[in-house]
Design a protein around this ligand. Structure first.
Ligand code: ADP
Ligand code: MG
Length: 252
């Protein structure tokens, strides 16, 4: 889940998509790669104090199995938490061997839990943490907020993805674009959505995530929007998005 813009819905989508996939019967791991630890919070996974976290995996070679936790009351859903220590990783990684491939290596030797999906919630930057996730991943999902400036910075992200494809991860592909925080009452939102669809065509999911207070309230209860308010428009949208993604995966 990558987009160096902050506040576009990376974390919200990581968490709710993962929860929706797990409710569809899939086994899903969310890796929190943002020092703010918002995905960990939303998944009710301890990430304060000295809990073992993704920082120790990346920098100290701690095995993934030591940090992965089952999300309470969500069978099949797991979280690899981030503590604030991760804020230092961006600099500490610079001097390490194979600094771009630390996460890929950690995942290659992780087989404690059988998984259908691993979703990596990237920080809002194009630094080494995001590079590590793009080197470890097979697909990039880019959430785009239906607002003015939505496409700003996107060409830089796509350029970086091309560089990583050329040098570090030939199999990487931008498989999915998801329109988020769509406000059907504004003409701007539909204009942005149209523009994105013209540009990126079938990469864009048919499902659009509406702007909804339920979506923004759920994380403070350590819940996904599906458990917080199953009948809400946000819950329905994330269940639909998960189904679309699962069908796409099955058809390749
Ligand atoms: P990012 O991880 O890209 O920085 P977040 O997922 O944290 O973005 O979302 C930014 C803010 O927008 C958060 O406060 C979140 O609760 C809110 N938000 C995200 N998606 C929606 C939505 N569909 N409707 C309403 N608020 C949303
Ligand atoms: Mg985030």
């Amino acid at each position: 889940m990558a987009n160096q813009k902050g506040g576009v819905g990376k974390t919200t989508t990581s968490v709710n998509l993962a929860a929706a996939l797990s409710m569809h019967g899939q086994r899903v791991l969310v890796i929190d790669l943002d020092p703010q630890g918002n995905a960990s919070t939303a998944l009710a996974t301890e990430h304060r104090g000295d809990v073992p976290d993704i920082y120790q995996v990346l920098v100290d070679d701690l095995p993934m199995s030591e940090i992965v936790r089952e999300v309470p009351d969500m069978p099949g859903l797991y979280c690899a938490p981030a503590t604030i220590n991760l804020a230092g990783a961006e600099i500490e990684l610079v001097s390490l061997v194979a600094r771009e491939a630390r996460l890929r290596r950690a995942l290659a030797s992780f087989d404690s839990v059988e998984l259908d999906y691993i979703i990596i919630d990237c920080p809002p930057s194009l630094g080494l943490l995001t590079v590590n996730s793009l080197v470890a991943a097979e697909e990039v999902l880019i959430p785009i907020q239906c607002e003015y400036y939505a496409l700003e910075g996107l060409s830089q992200l796509l350029h970086n993805i091309d560089l990583i494809k050329a040098h570090l991860n030939a199999n990487l592909q931008v498989s999915t674009i998801l329109l988020t925080m769509y406000d059907g009452r504004t003409r701007l939102a539909s204009q942005v959505a149209d523009e994105v669809r013209v540009h990126f065509r079938e990469t864009v999911l048919d499902t659009v995530i509406p702007r909804s207070v339920r979506v923004s309230e759920a994380p403070s209860y350590g819940q996904s929007v599906m458990t917080y308010d199953p009948g809400s428009s946000g819950a329905t949208a994330y269940m639909d998005a998960a189904r679309e993604i699962a069908y796409r995966a099955a058809s390749v």
